[in-house]
Design a protein around this ligand. Structure first.
Ligand code: FE2
Length: 233
């Protein structure tokens, strides 16, 4: 699997997509002085960046309590004194780096799962709820919960770029192809992955609506059946 390591400049905010572990991503947002981190599967690359660039890491926001999203928290606390925020205690919208951060409960993958939506930056961090072209498994939450969480994500402005917790894109597109779902759009995204993997992986909500069969489900029952089918795919 290729590993996408890249960044986006959004006005004075830089977003870095940092591949960690086998196929996870963590995300670092900074304004040149201060930074926040979304998920922390591994501390090492974060420590390298913040020390090299003399950034002050203000906060680690956690989407959900799976080890591949939290394993670096202890080291970040020890080395930088930065406490990670458990998803269970982040309840209200916040402001980070001068940008509004809407904290949205998006259960289903787990009972407690948060997504972080930055409307002014047109970014949403979706953890293991919406993951490039598909969605996470049901590992504690219900199909109805995940269906509703995905419906919220699909309702965001089309230009919003989606940052899930993993790189599962090719496997997910293979599933969409097996369903004969949106054949030309899915193939286009597959080709884009070869030429511009970052844009294919971190597609917009509009592109997700076209290529993600889980967003097209009309009901929680339909969604549950599709999720069960992918579990065996
Ligand atoms: Fe997870």
């Amino acid at each position: 699997m290729s590993r996408v390591k890249d960044e986006l400049q959004l006005g004075c905010i830089r977003l870095r997509m940092i591949p960690v572990l086998d196929d996870n991503f963590i995300y670092l947002l900074d304004d040149g002085e201060k930074a926040i981190l979304i998920d922390a599967g591994d501390a090492k690359p974060v420590l390298e960046i913040v020390r090299t660039e003399s950034l002050t890491l203000l906060q680690t926001l956690i989407t959900h309590d799976h080890a591949d999203h939290t394993a670096g928290c202890h080291v970040l606390q020890k080395e930088l004194g930065v406490l990670a925020r458990s998803p269970g205690v982040i309840e209200r919208d916040e402001e980070w780096l001068g940008c509004r951060c809407e904290v949205v409960s998006t259960p289903g993958h787990m009972k407690v799962h948060k997504s972080f939506y930055f409307p002014e930056l047109s970014l949403v961090f979706t953890g293991d709820a919406l993951i490039n072209g598909a969605c996470g498994r049901l590992l504690g939450g219900t199909a109805s919960e995940l269906f509703r969480s995905l419906q919220w994500m699909a309702s965001l402005p089309g230009e919003t770029r989606v940052f899930g917790g993993h790189d599962y894109l090719l496997e997910n597109l293979r599933f969409a192809t097996a369903l004969e779902f949106s054949v030309s759009a899915v193939e286009r995204r597959r080709q884009q992955y070869k030429s511009n993997p970052m844009m294919a992986l971190f597609a917009t909500v509009e592109e997700e609506r076209k290529t993600n069969p889980f967003l097209s489900c009309a009901s929680a029952v339909e969604f549950a059946a599709l999720r069960a089918r992918k579990d065996c795919f």
